[in-house]
Design a protein around this ligand. Structure first.
Ligand code: 3HC
Length: 296
């Protein structure tokens, strides 16, 4: 596989494009507006600069990496050369199914179609295409240039040679693939989201405050971020949507999203992206303190 098309230029999409371009692959990055694509290129530029500062990338490589990324607003144009398409669009079933019908229409017949979905069934996505054996999940973690894991999700019809090719490609870009089967939340979010939910329930019950709960997990379990800070980082709306998929998928009340999480999402307190969640954030995404609502 040589040519990679990435659909969606948000946090995950631009991170995925960055990593493939860094490892020598030509990337077609697609989104609906040139404004979004330009913002994504600026983000990639900034993140490569961080890698240059750390000595992970040589200064002279930076323009070469950026040159490997072309931007496109038209699906037929951005998919025409693709060997692998990675969809990293909005996490919504209606959006994904409409998009996969279009991707299936325009991507070359041999192309593998992957979704970076965090919890939507790969089998269900594959079923809207005419090539379910070539549809697979490639679940990258945020921030993509830093996190080593790619959760590779095999749908009911995914062919074994497709799984092998995707695992091999993941290694080529410096990641470690872990194969999992298509089950609600796969493995990463089935384990991560109940932990985040439990932290929110503990906060709601007054067992400890924001800083106390996060400190316990950082200092006691060596997590780089506490669960409440991580929830803000992922986006509280994303956490709620994944928990809802787990709750409905298993029909088990242990996955029921905490009422506090539901209320915060309803009120638009989504974490880093909205400027406030459990913490408050400045415009560059840095935490500036605990939200007033959780101070007492
Ligand atoms: N691009 C390139 N490099 C980046 C980067 C980016 N976007 N973000 C951070 N970095 C680098 C920094 O340059 C730095 O490099 P160094 O270790 O060589 O000095 C390193 O990463 C650490 O960054 P910072 O010093 O800015 O900040 P922190 O030390 O606080 O680390 C963090 C930031 C890497 C995000 C760390 O806090 C962390 O690992 N947090 C947990 C992240 C996590 O759990 N991600 C998974 C979320 S779940 C998910 O994605 C699944 C979805 O389905 C919900």
């Amino acid at each position: 596989m040589k040519n990679i098309s990435v659909i969606g230029s948000g946090t995950m999409g631009n991170g995925i494009a960055h990593v493939f371009a860094q490892h020598g692959y030509p990337v077609a990055l697609l989104d609906v507006s040139q404004e979004k694509l330009d913002a994504a290129i600026l983000t990639i530029d900034r993140n490569i600069a961080r890698q240059v500062k750390k000595g992970m990338v040589r200064e002279e490589e930076k323009p070469e990496i950026l040159q490997r990324i072309s931007t496109h607003k038209s699906l037929p144009e951005g998919l025409k050369e693709a060997d692998l398409v990675i969809e990293a669009a909005f996490e919504d079933w209606e959006v994904k199914q409409a998009l996969f019908r279009e991707i299936d229409r325009y991507a070359p017949v041999k192309a593998i179609l992957a979704s970076n979905t965090s919890s939507i069934s790969i089998t269900k996505i594959a079923a809207v295409t005419a090539r379910p054996q070539q549809v697979i999940g490639m679940h990258f973690m945020n921030p993509v240039p830093v996190m080593e894991l790619v959760e590779v999700i095999c749908g009911y019809a995914t062919a074994q040679n497709v799984v092998q090719q995707v695992c091999e490609l993941s290694r080529m870009i410096g990641k470690t693939p872990v194969e999992v089967t298509d089950y609600p939340g796969f493995v990463a979010n089935r384990i991560l989201m109940p932990m985040i939910n439990e932290a929110i329930i503990a906060l709601q019950e007054g067992v400890s405050g924001v800083s106390g709960i996060d400190s316990v997990m950082k200092l006691g379990m060596a997590h780089p971020m506490g669960p409440l800070q991580l929830a803000d980082y992922i986006g509280l709306d994303v956490c709620l949507s994944i928990l809802t998929i787990l709750y409905e998928g298993f029909g088990n009340p242990k996955y029921a999203p905490s009422p506090l999480l539901v209320n915060m999402v309803k009120a638009g307190f989504l974490g880093v992206k909205s400027g406030e969640g459990f913490y408050t954030y400045s415009s560059n995404g840095k935490a500036s303190g605990i939200s007033e609502r959780f101070k007492s």
